[in-house]
Write a protein that binds this ligand. Sequence first.
Ligand SMILES: N[C@@H](CCC(=O)N[C@@H](CS)C(=O)NCC(=O)O)C(=O)O
Length: 210
Amino acid sequence: MIDLYTWSTPNGRKASIALEEMGLPYEVHPIDIGKGEQFDPEFLKISPNNRIPAIHDRDTGLSLMESGAILMYLAMKTDKFLPTSFESRWRVIEWLMWQMGGVGPMLGQVHHFVKFNPGKAPYAEERYLKEARRLYGVLDRRLAGRDFIVDEYSIADIATFPWIARFDWQGIDLNEFPNVKRWYLAISARPAVQRGYIVPSDAQKIPIPA
Ligand SMILES: N[C@@H](CCC(=O)N[C@@H](CS)C(=O)NCC(=O)O)C(=O)O
């Protein structure tokens, strides 16, 4: 049994989608980051960076923060969604790190400056919108002629999908990125993704582009 500490955000959804895809039993502990529950001293024992998601694995006693580490841990625990062949495994890790270091932080800044604080920092809005478009271009080129980011569906796709699901917040028309759109729609149709997306709350459904 895995304890999952999460909220309805892209990083949180990575973990719940992975748990659903891997068929692992888990118990959800909502951490309302709008109310500051991420600063609760009890939560800090599990997530010292006071961010969601975090997990505690009752089987092994291990607690983990950082969604990339959580995805790798769950993939290694179940032998799912992380290929074993040398090249493919490193490609998945490479694109997972691309998500962790690029897609997440940069698109997160778009949400912060463009969606929630428009007009306050024009330079930041311009910079991060431009960076978002660049990253969508990178993903679109990577997905040309490929169903998934690396060979089969993997934790690289699971990590990236919930950020792309906020395309409307990022001023992105997915029709301009047809390979991303095809990939996004295919992942959206997966029942485990649909279940994982609405953890811990079903207030937001997976956005489907026109
Ligand atoms: N690099 C971390 C980022 C986690 C993160 O930024 N989580 C956000 C929600 S998506 C959070 O907990 N924010 C709380 C806060 O800003 O205080 C990861 O991938 O797990």
